[in-house]
Design a protein around this ligand. Structure first.
Ligand code: CTP
Ligand code: MG
Length: 166
C-alpha cells in the first residue's frame, strides 16, 4: 500500500502554488476544491507514489520478497493516482458541506486516499485486487490507515508542515 500512502505526505511537504480549481467557486458559491489541492501536490505526490512502487518492484525482484503483493507499473500508478484523486474528491464534497480547508472531517479525511486508490485499481486492474486483497489484508488496512494517518499528521504538525495535527 506504500504507493497509496506516500502521495499525501509528499503533497503536504512539497505542494503549494496554483490550486487545481484555479481559485474558482462552484455553483454554491464555495470553492470547488480549495487552496489545499494544488497541481504541484498532485503531480509530485503521484510521482513519489510511483517511485516508491518501482522501488518495491525492484526490491522484490532483487531479494525475492515473494510474500509481498506483486506490483506492476500499472498497479503502482493506479494506487498513487487513485490516492490523490480520492483526496481531491473528498475535498470537493467537504466544500459542498461547507467545511473550510483544513477543518476536521472524521472518517473521510482518514480513508479518502485508501478508498480512491483501491477503487481506481478495482476499476482499471481488477485482477490485482482479486489477487492481493484478501479479507484479512483489507481489515488490516482499515485498522492501520487511521493510525498511520494520525501519526504522520502529528509529525507534520510539529515539523511545521501542517497547520493542524489531523
Ligand atoms: N496538498 C497539495 N495538493 C494536493 C493535496 C495536498 O498541495 N493535491 C498539500 C496542501 O498544502 C494541503 C496539505 O498538502 O494543505 C495537506 O493536505 P490535506 O490535509 O489533504 O488538505 P487540507 O489543507 O486539509 O484541505 P482539505 O480540507 O480540502 O482536506
Ligand atoms: Mg486535511
Amino acid at each position: 500500500m506504500l504507493p497509496a500512502y506516500l502521495p499525501n505526505p509528499v503533497a503536504a511537504l512539497f505542494g503549494g502554488g496554483t490550486p487545481v480549481d484555479g481559485g474558482r467557486n462552484f455553483s454554491d458559491g464555495k470553492r470547488i476544491f480549495g487552496d489545499g489541492k494544488t497541481f504541484r501536490g498532485l503531480f509530485l505526490g503521484i510521482l513519489a507514489g510511483i517511485g516508491i512502487g518501482l522501488l518495491q518492484i525492484w526490491l522484490s525482484g532483487a531479494y525475492g520478497l515473494e510474500n509481498f503483493p506483486e506490483h506492476t507499473f500499472v498497479s503502482v500508478t493506479l494506487l498513487a493516482t487513485g490516492a490523490l484523486f480520492g483526496d481531491l474528491c473528498k475535498s470537493f464534497f467537504k466544500r459542498r458541506f461547507g467545511k473550510e480547508r483544513g477543518t476536521k472531517w472524521p472518517v473521510a479525511d482518514q480513508y479518502d486516499f485508501v478508498a480512491g486508490a483501491l477503487l481506481l485499481t478495482l476499476m482499471v486492474d481488477p485482477s490485482w485486487i482479486l489477487a492481493n486483497m484478501t479479507l484479512s489484508v483489507f481489515i488490516l488496512i482499515l485498522i492501520l490507515t487511521p493510525v498511520l494517518h494520525r501519526t504522520v499528521n502529528i509529525i507534520g504538525y510539529y515539523l511545521g508542515v501542517k497547520e493542524v495535527p489531523w
